[in-house]
Design a protein around this ligand. Sequence first.
Ligand SMILES: [Ca+2]
Ligand SMILES: [Ca+2]
Ligand SMILES: [Ca+2]
Length: 173
Amino acid sequence: MAAFAANQKHPQDQRLIFVFATMKMYMCLLPVIGLLALATFSPAAVPGADILGGLVLKHFDSNSDGSIDTGEWQGGMAASFTDMDLNRDGSVSGDDVDGLKKEMSDELGEVGATVAVALIKQIVLTLDKNADKVVTEKEFAEGGEAMFKKLDANNDSKLTKEELAEMPARLLN
Ligand SMILES: [Ca+2]
Ligand SMILES: [Ca+2]
Ligand SMILES: [Ca+2]
């Protein structure tokens, strides 16, 4: 009887060890699962979104108060259009935006510039209303106004760093 009980105890111990080992494994994985969940559900977690947000804030925030008002947005967008139209033909194409990478690399590094240019290209081409693969100044200005409204999550007519970091999430879906 005693021997039987001892035999019974053994698999039970094994099972407990297995349960604890499994639990330990899940505990180790928790931070990873958390990060994955964040990457999936947080709009700001689009790769490069913070880089792009920071870039826009830096160049558009002319009074350096940490946010972009409607006037700064209009001014910044107009200046961006001029900067982006590399071949000066009055409209911005995907190739124009690609051409910005070299200059941006000085500011953002190679990887940062690649990511930022890819996002900017996608966002700019959403403004191509007539689908001719180029964005005219008119398309850009009209789309830019709508863009501000989409980004201003709390409707205070100012874009903060956090709101700007959601550019890809809010403009590309
Ligand atoms: Ca400002
Ligand atoms: Ca067009
Ligand atoms: Ca706002």
